[in-house]
Design a protein around this ligand. Structure first.
Ligand SMILES: Cc1cc2nc3c(=O)[nH]c(=O)nc-3n(C[C@H](O)[C@H](O)[C@H](O)COP(=O)(O)O)c2cc1C
Length: 194
């Protein structure tokens, strides 16, 4: 059954050599092979202003580029979010895009009185793919994969997205065979839309 897949390439650097772009393209090629529909949002090609106030978060005008990202999210069944680990977390530009995009009224609704906000993006699954210089095991065990867990809990699950698969690509500057194995894994995930 074909799925609608939104690939968010969260690397701020448009340089084609970045491995995140290769992983995103490998996922897309696997998905195309299996006849899934895809849309791609590249943070490096998406000009937008950073959000600066709670008021703008709640009722500020939506920039056109951000409205396009919201439409792509609404359209999708599955979201693939790829980024390099920068200073222990996602790059600021990707965080900025998510702050602009996942606004109340679109991603969740505040409830009057008590109670957690209502999740508006239920029914969408996701895969988070993170590249990093350190070994994946070190990130998982020493840092407890803190920033990936925070993305899952505070952002994706908060708006209803799940289940969420995770791929931690450690030692990213490592060997060519290691990189090829990851690209093949992404093609496989793309074919399976997972
Ligand atoms: C500003 C910056 C901060 C970085 N911080 C980390 C870090 O905290 N931990 C880490 O393991 N690697 C860190 N790195 C290495 C990147 O994660 C690595 O270069 C990237 O994942 C490689 O993927 P790419 O080819 O797609 O850029 C950092 C790189 C930059 C440019």
């Amino acid at each position: 059954m074909p799925k609608r897949i939104l690939i968010i390439d969260g690397h701020p650097d448009p340089e084609p050599q970045r491995f995140v772009h290769a992983l995103a393209e490998a996922y897309a090629s696997g998905a195309r092979e299996a006849r899934h529909e895809i849309q791609v949002v590249r943070v490096s090609d998406t000009p937008f202003e950073l959000l600066r106030s709670n008021r703008d978060f709640k009722e500020g005008k939506l920039p056109a580029e951000i409205a396009n990202v919201q439409s792509a999210i609404s359209w999708s069944d599955h979201i693939v979010l790829l980024f390099p680990l920068w200073l222990g977390s996602m790059p600021a530009l990707l965080k900025g895009l998510l702050e602009q995009t996942l606004r109340p009224g679109f991603a969740f609704d505040y409830r009057s009185g008590k109670g957690l906000p209502k999740k508006r993006l239920k029914g969408k699954s996701a895969r988070v793919v993170v590249t990093m210089g350190m070994p994946a095991l070190f990130y998982r065990w020493y840092f407890r994969a803190h920033s990936v867990k925070s993305l899952q809990r505070n952002i994706l699950r908060f708006v209803g997205v799940g289940p969420i698969g995770t791929s931690i690509v450690g030692n990213v500057e490592g060997s060519a065979p290691m990189r090829e194995r990851w690209l093949e894994r992404m093609r496989r995930y793309g074919r399976a839309a997972k």
